[in-house]
Structure formats: C-alpha cells, structure tokens
Design a binder for this molecule. Structure first.
Ligand SMILES: NC(=O)c1ccc[n+]([C@@H]2O[C@H](COP(=O)([O-])OP(=O)(O)OC[C@H]3O[C@@H](n4cnc5c(N)ncnc54)[C@H](O)[C@@H]3O)[C@@H](O)[C@H]2O)c1
Length: 252
C-alpha cells in the first residue's frame, strides 16, 4: 500500500516511536490523526495534514471520535499504527516480604498494552471496511510489541504477557482480515531512545543495555522504527508476523 495519500491513525503518536511514525508518515504524504492522552511533545508535528485527537485507546467513545475526525477531515482510514503502551514501573509478583503484589499492577499493564491495542484494532478495522480496496489492498495495521515478549526480564511479567499477547493476536487477526484485504503485522523493538527513555534512564543504565546490543551497539532511533513501519506498509507480502527490530539484542 502506498503511504502517500493514505489516511493513518497513530496511537501514542505524541511521543517516542509514535511521534516519529506520525512525522514520517506525514513526510511521506499521508494524512495523519494522532490518538493520545497527551498533547504532542513537539507541537510542530501538527499541521493541516496531522491532527491531534485526545484519546484514551482503551475508551470506545474516544477512539470512535478520533475515527470520525479522520474520516470527516481526510477520508477513509487505511492505516493504523498502534504505539500507545509502555512497561510502566516494573514489579515482581512477590514483594520482598513474600506478600503478593496487588492485582492492579498486572491488570493496568494488560489494559493499556493489550486491551487498548485490541480496542483500536476492532474499531479501525470496521472503519477500513467502509473504504474500497485499492490495488488489492484495503488497509494495514501495525502493532507495537517488545523484545520483552520474547525475553521478559524479572519484574516484567505483566508487560511481557501483554506484548506476548499482542504477538499472539497477529496471525489470527491477519487470517480473519485477509478476505477484507487488511494486513496485520507486529514490530518488536529492542531498546529505543524515546524521549521517555532518554529522560528516565541514567547514562550508566543506557550504557549497560547498549553494551548488550551486538550491532549496532546503541539505542535504536525512533526514526528507525518509523522506517520499518513504512516498509511494512509498502510491502504487501509482509503479513501475520512479528518483526524484531533490535540490533540482535536479547534481553537478559
Ligand atoms: N522505547 C522502547 O525502547 C520500546 C521498546 C519496546 C517496545 N516499546 C513499545 O513501543 C511503544 C511506544 O513506546 P515509547 O518508548 O515511544 O513510549 P512513550 O512513552 O515515549 O510514548 C507512548 C505514548 O503513548 C501515550 N499513551 C499512554 N497511554 C495512553 C492511552 N491510554 N491512550 C492513548 N495514548 C496513550 C503516551 O501519552 C505517549 O505519548 C509502546 O507500546 C512500548 O511498549 C518501546
């Protein structure tokens, strides 16, 4: 599918990987609606062709309003890039005292990373069905997983479970949507230098993790994530799979 001229929804598009994706899709000629609970960190991303829709991805009415905005201002939605999510504060299942951690710690991460992603998929896919297929394709959905889905670290049970489920959804979604000419792909980043990570992680922590990245031994650039999103959109054979984007990093 061509990016130029397509209408795209980018969740979590106000920061990090989502912001880079919104910027790249717009630069390549897409019209973009950013769905986020926060305003864009860099307001210059907004323009006549990049609109902001205040949206909690777990909220049906919010997502519905964002889709309405995209359709009324730009036309039929063809692209969805789900970036809203995050690991939040890690926490072991058992506290040092031996007491079990509160259930909310697990439920909140599943709700944002898995339920939120699913919620936008179901509503956006229904919107895509309203558009005619162009050159054999109707839409593309790209979800953001994580290396943690494969090598979840201690304290990341909830996040790993949520991202593992994002991966597990990919093939059944791709199969279900195939008759509608909609592809579904997941990207599992290693460690990327979003503003959040650059701010929150001290230099020593960044140096320790990049020492584990075989090549290139550095954090990924959000623009490199965006570049893979564009490749996935433009290559019609990429479907029903999860692509790692991690410089061969395997988390320990
Ligand atoms: N940065 C990394 O190293 C890395 C690695 C692996 C996976 N990921 C995944 O990539 C995605 C983006 O990560 P990032 O580092 O760019 O994060 P980020 O924190 O920089 O950006 C996430 C964005 O999502 C928004 N958001 C949070 N909750 C939301 C909600 N309920 N509804 C709508 N928007 C919401 C935030 O406001 C923010 O703008 C996440 O799913 C994350 O789990 C990131």
């Amino acid at each position: 599918m061509h990016v130029a001229g397509a209408v795209a929804l980018v969740t979590g598009g106000s920061a990090g990987l989502g912001l880079a994706t919104a910027r790249r899709l717009a630069a390549d000629g897409a019209r973009v609606v950013v769905l986020d609970v926060n305003q864009p960190l860099d307001a210059t991303v907004l323009s006549d062709t990049v609109l902001f829709a205040p949206t909690d991805v777990t909220d049906e009415a919010d997502v519905g309003r964002a889709i309405d905005l995209a359709e009324s201002r730009f036309g039929p939605v063809r692209l969805l890039v789900n970036c809203a999510g995050g690991g939040g504060t890690p926490g072991k299942v058992l506290r040092q005292s031996g007491e079990p951690r509160d259930l909310a710690h697990f439920v909140d991460k599943i709700h944002l990373n898995l339920v939120g992603t699913y919620n936008v998929i179901r509503l956006a896919a229904a919107a895509m069905l309203r558009a005619p297929a162009v050159t054999g394709e109707r839409g593309v959905i790209v979800n953001t997983s994580s290396a943690a889905a494969f090598e979840g670290q201690v304290g990341q049970v909830a996040y790993a479970a949520a991202k593992g489920a994002v991966n597990a959804m990919t093939l059944p979604l791709a199969r279900e949507f195939a008759p509608h000419a909609i592809r579904v792909v997941a990207i599992a980043p290693g460690i990327f230098g979003s503003e959040r990570i650059l701010e929150a992680w001290p230099e020593e922590r960044r140096a320790a993790i990049t020492a584990d990245v075989p090549h290139p031994a550095r954090l990924g650039e959000p623009a490199e994530f965006a570049a893979l999103v564009v490749s996935v959109i433009e290559n019609a054979m990429v479907n029903g799979t999860c692509l790692r984007l991690d410089g061969a990093l395997r988390l320990r």
